[in-house]
Design a protein around this ligand. Structure first.
Ligand code: G1P
Length: 293
């Protein structure tokens, strides 16, 4: 089994759901408590043993690149002020030199197209794909759970993180149908991107974490537009599934869809309540606010 060494992060989206906050700032830099969304997702990939981080960016996204670089002036100032803990934190958040690559999606043609833009950087090896809109709060990171499942399956398969949602929400996501269990995962028997209301095969949705075989690029290459007029990753996965197995993993953890305002606000509350330095005072404040409502 080939090790999963590389992860792709599609970060070219315009973030129109968060205007005006995202007019000049990438949505991936929106903070949950005091860390940008993208940092959580990169940390999840690092925990899973990823060695190379590939970002598919777009116009106005250069601060993401800056975020994963040293900031000498800031570091000098922190050193002068003896802010050792802050310096150590910045250091911890920074993966090693030469482990990052950036490429651009020149037109917003959809997730499938964004992933295809990473083909040269990924090469012909299996890789992870993480959508930074989705935060998964879990004891063991979602991607680490998926790679564990992938290794247990022990064949050149594709693994997708799936979770149950209320039936009335299925039209907003990719939806899978599942069959027989294999180890901790299930065989995927069908996939549909954004099925019209009332037509979904199940209430199991694709969560935004994937382990994919490089053959996916062959199907993305010639792809026609799908749901929403976009080049859809799910459509390429459907075609690949005729040749390779796909498994769905119902991972342990709670998901926050930070692409929606409600998910983003919930993530902030949930992550703040986990923080020793904030939780006691925040709990009191939250109770006061809710009592007022
Ligand atoms: C994408 C995928 C979809 C998946 C979702 C998870 O959709 O195409 O299959 O369920 O992410 O967040 P998007 O959110 O880009 O519309």
């Amino acid at each position: 089994m080939q090790k999963i060494r590389k992860a792709v992060f599609p970060v070219a989206g315009l973030g129109t759901r968060f205007l005006p906050a995202t007019k000049a700032m990438p949505k991936e830099m929106l903070p949950v408590v005091d860390r940008p969304l993208i940092q959580y997702v990169v940390d999840e990939a690092r925990e899973a043993g990823i060695e190379h981080f590939i970002f598919v960016t777009g116009r106005n996204k250069s601060v993401i690149e800056d975020h994963f670089d040293r900031q000498f002036e800031l570091e000098d100032t922190l050193r002068e002020r003896n802010k050792q803990a802050d310096l150590e934190m910045l250091d911890r958040d920074l993966p090693g030199a030469g482990t990052f690559s950036f490429t651009r999606q020149q037109s917003p043609l959809g997730l499938g197209h964004a992933v295809w833009c990473a083909r040269e950087l990924v090469g012909r090896e299996p890789f992870a794909l993480l959508l930074p809109d989705v935060l998964v709060h879990a004891k063991k990171g979602c991607l680490a759970q998926m790679i564990e499942a992938y290794l247990a399956i022990g064949e050149a398969a594709n693994v997708i993180a799936v979770e149950q949602v209320a039936e009335e929400l299925t039209h907003m996501y990719g939806v899978v149908g599942i069959g027989k269990r294999k180890h901790s995962a299930f065989e995927i028997t069908s996939m549909v991107e954004k099925p019209p209301r009332g037509t979904a095969a199940s209430n199991l949705i694709i969560t935004g974490r994937y382990v994919l075989q490089p053959e996916i690029f062959d199907f993305l290459e010639s792809q026609e537009r799908g749901a929403g007029g976009e080049i859809q990753l799910t459509d390429a996965m459907i075609r690949l599934s005729e040749r390779q197995p796909f498994y769905g993993l119902e991972f342990e953890g709670r998901t926050y869809d930070c692409g929606s305002k409600l998910g983003f606000l919930s993530a902030n509350v949930a992550y703040a309540l986990e923080r020793e330095d904030l939780a006691p005072a925040f709990r009191v404040e939250l109770a006061r606010l809710i009592g007022k409502a």
